[in-house]
Ligand binder design. Structure first.
Ligand code: HEM
Length: 418
C-alpha cells in the first residue's frame, strides 16, 4: 500500500523552498509517527520516492546494500538515465565489491590515525583563522571562520596552493548548492540545465574542476608526492580508475571536504548563541568539547538525505516498495527520532549516548571523512570558545536553498574577544 501524499498535500520535501526558512521538522515528526515509510510524489520527470524517516529503518536500509543499492544514484533526488549514471559515477554510486576497491584507494589517509597526525597543524590553522577574524569584532561568521578551516585543510592534504582555496570553495558551492540562485550559475529546478546533464550535480563548474584535477595529476606524474591526489593518480595509471572515475573521485573529495564541515561549524556556533547556558558550560569546562562536538553534529545534520534504489519488491512497515523505487533516507528526521534521542529538540552538549546518523547510519558508505570532520569541528571550538567574552547575532541568518544540504550562507555576528 502507498500512503498517499494526497492526504498531506502540504508536505513537499522535494522542494528546496521548503527548507529555506528552517528544516521542516514538523513534517518529519508527523511522518515518523504516522507514515514512517511514506510515498512522496515529485514533479516530472521524477517519479516520486519513498521517504523513510525513522532511525531504525535508516540503519537497516544502509546496512542492506544488496536490497537497497547505490548503483542507480545516491546523491540528490535526480533520476539518472544509463548514460548519466555511467559518466557521473563515483564511489557514492557503487555497491561492493567495486565500491570497496574504490574506497581503499585513500581510506587509510582518512582513518583516525591518518588524520590524527595533522592535529597540531589543524590547531595552528584554527588559531590563524581566529587571529584574523576575531579582531574585526563584527563580521560574517561563515566566510571568516566556518569556511576557512575545512578548505585550508583540504588544500593541505591535496598539497595544492592555499591560494587556490577561494576557487575550490566557489566550485564546491556551485556544485552542491545547485538549487540556490545566490551560489550557482545553473539552478537545477529553475534554469535549463540540459546541456550539463552528464556532469555531477548538472553543474558547469564541473568542467573547471576536472581541468584542475587533470593539471594536478600531470604535476604528480612529473614529480610524485605523498598526497591524496597522488594516490588517485597512481590508481589511474594502474588502471584501477578510468579518467572519468578519477575526475569524479576528485570532485567528491573536494565537495565533501569543503561544504559539510563548514555548515557543522556554523550551526554549532548558532546553537551555542541560542543556548547561552550551554556555551557557558563549555567555556567553564572545556573538557566537555569532544562530547559536545557530537551534539553539534547531531543538531547540525548538514546533509538532509541520501538515497538508495530497491533491487526487488519488498514490504517495509506495510509499505509495498517495488523494484526500482527510490528510497530516500532522511537523516534530518532520524537525528530527531524520539525513540532514540530523549527530548530530541533539546540541544544538550552533555548528551550521552549520542549515536547520531550525521555521517550516515553505517554500512559501506559511512562517511569517509568522519574522523576529519570531527577533528576539525572539535579543534575549532576548543580554540574559539576560550577566546569569546561574548558573541551575539548582528543580523539575520540566511540559509542555503536546498533540499539536500542543510547549510548556512550568512551569519553576521558581534564578538567581544576575551
Ligand atoms: C560534518 C561533515 C560531514 C558530513 C555531515 C558528511 C556526511 C556524509 C554522509 C551522510 C555520507 C554517506 C553517503 C551515503 O550513505 O551514501 C558521506 C559519505 C562520504 N563522505 Fe562525508 N561528510 C562530512 C565530511 C566529510 C569530509 C571532511 C570528507 C573528506 C574529504 C568526506 C568525504 C566523504 C566521502 C568520500 C563519502 C563517500 C563514502 C562512500 O561512498 O563510501 N565527508 N558523508
Amino acid at each position: 500500500m502507498r500512503w498517499m501524499a494526497a492526504e498531506h498535500p502540504e508536505i513537499d520535501l522535494a522542494n528546496p523552498d521548503s527548507f529555506v526558512h528552517e528544516v521542516p521538522y514538523g513534517w518529519f515528526d508527523h511522518l515518523r509517527s504516522e507514515h514512517p515509510v511514506f510515498w512522496h510524489p515529485e514533479r516530472a520527470p521524477n517519479q516520486g520516492f519513498w521517504a523513510v524517516t525513522r532511525y531504525d529503518d535508516l540503519t537497516a536500509i544502509h546496512m542492506d546494500w544488496r536490497t537497497y543499492s547505490s548503483e542507480l544514484g545516491a546523491v540528490s533526488l535526480e533520476e539518472l538515465d544509463d548514460e548519466q549514471l555511467e559518466i557521473r559515477k563515483s564511489m557514492l554510486e557503487t555497491d561492493p565489491p567495486r565500491h570497496t576497491e574504490l574506497r581503499a584507494i585513500c581510506s587509510k589517509r582518512f582513518s583516525a590515525r591518518g588524520v590524527g597526525k595533522y592535529e597540531d597543524w589543524i590547531r595552528d590553522v584554527a588559531r590563524d583563522v581566529l587571529d584574523r577574524a576575531l579582531p574585526m569584532g563584527e563580521f560574517d561568521f561563515v566566510p571568516e571562520i566556518s569556511r576557512d578551516l575545512p578548505i585550508r585543510f583540504l588544500c593541505s592534504i591535496f598539497t595544492v596552493p592555499q591560494e587556490d582555496a577561494p576557487q575550490l570553495i566557489s566550485w564546491g558551492d556551485q556544485m552542491i548548492a545547485n538549487q540556490d540562485p545566490d551560489l550557482s550559475r545553473a539552478v537545477i529546478d529553475r534554469d535549463d540545465t540540459e546541456a550539463f546533464r552528464l556532469l555531477p550535480f548538472r553543474s558547469p563548474a564541473a568542467y573547471e574542476v576536472f581541468d584542475y584535477a587533470d593539471r594536478q595529476r600531470d604535476l604528480r606524474l612529473a614529480d610524485p608526492r605523498d598526497d591524496v591526489i597522488n594516490a588517485l593518480t597512481v590508481a589511474q595509471s594502474e588502471g584501477v580508475l578510468n579518467e572519468q572515475e578519477f575526475h569524479n573521485y576528485f570532485g567528491v573529495l573536494m565537495i565533501a571536504g569543503n561544504e559539510t564541515t563548514r555548515h557543522t561549524i556554523s550551526h554549532g556556533m548558532l546553537a551555542l548563541m541560542e543556548h547561552p547556558e550551554q556555551l557557558k558550560l563549555l567555556q567553564e569546562e572545556p573538557d566537555r568539547i569532544p562530547r559536545a562536538t557530537e551534539e553539534i553534529l547531531r543538531w547540525a545534520t548538514p546533509v538532509h538525505h541520501f538515497r538508495r534504489t530497491a533491487t526487488r519488491d519488498l514490504e517495509l512497515r506495510g509499505a509495498e516498495i517495488k523494484r526500482g523505487d527510490k528510497v530516500v533516507t532522511w537523516y534530518s528526521s532520524a537525528n530527531r527520532d524520539e525513540e532514540v534521542f530523549p527530548e530530541p529538540y533539546t540541544f544538550d552538549v552533555t548528551r550521552t549516548p549520542n549515536d547520531h546518523v550525521t555521517f550516515g547510519p553505517g554500512g559501506p558508505h559511512f562517511c569517509l571523512g568522519a574522523h576529519l570532520a570531527r577533528l576539525e569541528t572539535k579543534i575549532l571550538f576548543q580554540e574559539l570558545l576560550p577566546r569569546l567574552k561574548s558573541i551575539e547575532l548582528a543580523g539575520p541568518v540566511e540559509r542555503i536553498r536546498s533540499d539536500f544540504v542543510n547549510g548556512i550562507k550568512r551569519m553576521p555576528v558581534r564578538i567581544v574577544a576575551a
